[in-house]
Design a binder for this molecule. Structure first.
Ligand SMILES: *Cc1c(COP(=O)(O)O)cnc(C)c1O
Length: 399
């Protein structure tokens, strides 16, 4: 690794981080996204905007989320394991951090409506929550298959006042939901804003979502120093699109001695179609308006992504992660469904904390790493709580 490394925080003017990112879009949308980028860059350092956002993060979300020393888990596996408790946030995960930011940005830009897509419904619920709070209309695009599968989240979105739009094209899941949400946005961009669910999509969305999630890393670095007088040896987080991971990494990018691990879902195995490990098994490609490591079949078509954790099964991944991988600043590793499920039970039983299946991937890697690196200080981002997964896990525990 280059020891004088200073990682670029912002993308270049075209929206690229190294070779990745950019804007692969129609001219109309490019123009509108340029406006959003300009507005965001102005507003992100505006005192009134930040006062309002910080007030909400503290009193509405419950930040700062604590860091918890997982003593039992640490004693059992021989390293010091610390958890950044994003699971304690209002709505149960880190997604509220950027949903609130995006909704506040929409309001400041004079927009009346938020348009978003959702797969499992987590981003939909966080967006609907933020829209309710800000008094904005909210259209959530969701595949028909997902609507049937994720009824509790659909009910929550409707209860929060969102309009859930049923997408019936193609496979009727997340990819088609994004396609249709983009189309709708193209028609309504004068009065609406698009709110993406992770550090993916065309510029400026990866930059915007990363900015709003960077609060995790900022808090975590300070809290870790307070608690231990040192920095962690390594920081770990699961990677779907990569927002919770980049959020915590941001606190440590310039601390060269702190190793960063992004944990990708290996699903059922290495074969394309059986996992969602985009950095590990993907090739450079373009999806939803940006360039990234993309899971593709032999003909170069976008492959199906799969993980037991529905929040992780996206065939692409955030451009910043592709860049951090390219320059060697972060390491990307894999955890299977089975290992994640074991970690789900383990953290529940040993610490009394039921993690989201997504976050269980990071816990699984921490346990693995602890066994081989005794005495190290490991900081894990516990991105969300597992309430949403309990029924599924108990019905499928012998997977
Ligand atoms: C959505 C979700 C993820 C995956 O999204 P990232 O953008 O990769 O963070 C991870 N954990 C939880 C709890 C989620 O809801």
């Amino acid at each position: 690794m280059n020891t004088n490394l200073k990682v670029n925080v912002l993308p270049d003017t075209e929206g690229f981080f190294g070779n990745y990112g950019g804007q692969f879009l129609d001219e109309d949308l490019k123009k509108e996204f340029k406006k959003i980028a300009e507005e965001f860059l102005k507003i992100k350092d505006d005192k009134d905007f930040n006062d309002e956002l910080n007030y909400l993060l503290k009193h509405y979300v419950g930040r700062p989320s604590p860091i918890y020393f997982a003593k039992n888990l640490s004693e059992k596996y021989g390293a010091e394991i610390y958890l950044k408790r994003e699971d304690l946030n209002h709505t149960g995960a880190h997604k509220i951090n950027h949903s609130l930011g995006e909704a506040l940005l929409a309001k400041k830009m004079g927009k009346e409506k938020i348009i978003a897509e959702t797969g499992a419904g987590q981003h939909g619920v966080a967006t609907a929550t933020a829209a309710a709070l800000m008094g904005l209309k909210c259209d959530i695009y969701m595949g028909e298959v997902d609507i049937e599968k994720e009824k509790p989240n659909v009910d929550k979105m409707r209860l929060l006042g969102a309009n859930v739009v049923c997408v019936k094209s193609g496979k009727r899941t997340l990819k088609e939901a994004v396609d249709e949400a983009f189309c709708a946005y193209l028609k309504e961009y004068k009065t609406a804003i698009y709110a993406i669910g992770s550090v993916v999509g065309p510029h400026p969305f990866p930059m915007i979502v990363e900015h709003f999630q960077s609060v995790i890393g900022r808090e975590a670095r300070e809290q870790f120093l307070d608690l231990t007088d040192t920095l962690p040896d390594c920081v770990m987080a699961c990677v779907g699109g990569g927002s919770n991971a980049i959020g915590i990494f941001r606190g440590f990018l310039d601390d060269e001695d702190v190793k960063l691990f992004g944990v990708e879902p290996l699903g059922k195995g290495e074969k394309i179609g059986e996992n969602a490990a985009s950095i590990t098994y993907g090739k450079d490609g373009v999806i939803h308006g940006f360039k990234c490591k993309l899971l593709q079949d032999d003909n170069g078509n976008v492959a199906n992504a799969y993980s037991i954790a529905s929040g992780l099964d996206y065939p692409g991944v955030g451009p910043k992660h592709c860049y951090l991988n390219q320059i060697g600043r972060a390491n990307y590793v894999c955890v299977t469904d089975k290992e994640a499920l074991d970690a789900f039970f383990e953290l529940s039983r040993v610490e009394g904390i039921i993690p989201a299946l997504e976050s269980s991937h990071a816990i699984a890697y921490a346990i693995k790493y602890a066994k081989e690196n005794k005495g190290k200080k490991i900081l894990v981002n516990l991105s969300g709580r597992g309430d949403k997964d309990v029924d599924f896990v108990l019905n499928n525990a012998n997977l």
